[in-house]
Design a protein around this ligand. Structure first.
Ligand code: PLP
Length: 365
């Protein structure tokens, strides 16, 4: 038995998503790059590599990780690079996408040996969550003034547009892309590649993969571009659980169960977006509020139903724990860092990483 807490990546579930990505690549001709900001657990990259074309990044460290552990096509992007990192970014990347005309102008010469791109912001998105909306008012994410972009067309080979956010609605994707075309069509025809970013939930159940692929193929043909997708969440969705153990139960007006993990430390994204964790099947006569062991009063995974009363030592699997989760784990309260384990196709479970007090200590000085 592996000591909890640990993240458990299920190889078969991961392969299910990767199979759909491969199919979209085959049908559409688009290339797919894993967005490391979402998922950077490099021990499974040996498995993922066969189904995707490479990685995209949001920093120097991510682009380096992509180059060193995944290989294939390595795209560099960052909201802003500094003078101290640009040379190293250029060394690790095949393409570099600048967030602004200011950054492009500043570093165009240093990146002259690479394909260079610019992020466009079409000012429409699928997100109505302000925090995650790239098209929010005054957004710093990309350029939208066509006249200004015209002025740097001689220095760019491609564009990146990321304006979808957990968008599982193909019709909405289609409409947003039509807006992009209406706004930027004249520019798109003058570059050789366009990345449509991430946020498209095309590996979700019932997503019309064929219509999506056909739309991408038609877009590529219309402008004569290589299309890229940058799936993060879509690549790893529903592949991973956070395995925890009940340490204590009490009733303070509700039945509470405290587990050996912390939403603040181990699933921070849920707390930021004020979402509940997921437990399956979440049925039964016994309702509990499942709480973390940090001292944060609101360290609560959510309220779930169980078939029997919870007792110390019971195991709970928190669902969907890969995206924006493992990359955000932290040492708050010194809570034991979840190990990382892999469920192989034959059902056996292999521990691939454990963290210790020394890792906690080394994270500060
Ligand atoms: C530029 C860019 N590409 C790709 C992604 C990955 O998005 P997702 O994990 O929703 O697919 C993001 C997420 O914020 C992003 O900002």
């Amino acid at each position: 038995m592996i000591q909890t807490p640990y993240y458990l990546i299920d190889t078969s579930k991961l392969l299910h998503n990767l199979g759909i990505i491969q199919e979209v690549r085959r049908q559409s001709g688009a290339k797919a790059l894993l967005a490391l900001k979402c998922f950077a657990t490099w021990s499974v990259f040996d498995l993922m590599r066969a189904y995707m074309d490479g990685t995209t990044s949001s920093s120097l460290y991510e682009v380096r990780l992509g180059r060193e552990t995944f290989g294939g096509e390595t795209h560099a992007y960052s909201v802003a690079y500094g003078d101290d990192e640009i040379d190293e970014v250029v060394r690790h990347a095949d393409k570099i996408i600048f967030n602004s005309i200011g950054q492009l102008t500043r570093y165009a010469d240093k990146a002259a040996g690479l394909q260079r791109g610019l992020r466009l912001n079409p000012q429409v998105s699928s997100s109505d969550f302000d925090l995650a909306d790239p098209a929010r008012p005054y957004s710093r994410l990309g350029e939208w003034d066509i006249a200004r972009v015209e002025g740097v067309m001689d220095r760019i080979d491609g564009f990146m547009i990321h304006n979808n956010c957990e968008n599982g609605d193909f019709a909405l994707f289609d409409r947003l892309l039509a807006t992009v075309e209406a706004r930027f069509g004249s520019l798109l025809a003058r570059v050789s590649w366009v990345s449509l970013g991430g946020g498209i939930h095309f590996t979700g159940e019932g997503y019309p993969v064929e219509a999506f692929s056909a739309r991408l193929k038609a877009f590529a043909a219309r402008y004569g571009v290589q299309v890229y997708l940058e799936p993060g969440e879509a690549a790893i969705t529903r592949s991973t659980t956070l395995e925890v153990t009940v340490l204590d139960t009490l009733n303070n007006g509700k039945d509470l169960a405290i587990v050996d993990s912390s939403i603040e430390a181990h699933m921070l994204d849920l707390l930021i977006y004020r979402q509940s964790a997921k437990v399956e099947p979440n049925t039964g006569a016994h309702a509990y509020m499942v709480c973390g062991k940090s001292c944060l009063a609101g360290d609560i995974f959510g309220e779930f139903r169980f078939a029997a009363p919870l007792k110390v030592g019971d195991r709970i699997s928190i669902q969907d724990a890969a995206g924006y989760t493992m990359v955000k784990k932290n040492w708050f309260n010194g809570v034991r860092m979840p190990s990382i384990a892999l469920r192989e196709r034959d059902g056996s479970i292999r521990l691939i990483r454990q963290f210790s007090f020394d890792d906690y200590k080394a994270s500060l000085s």
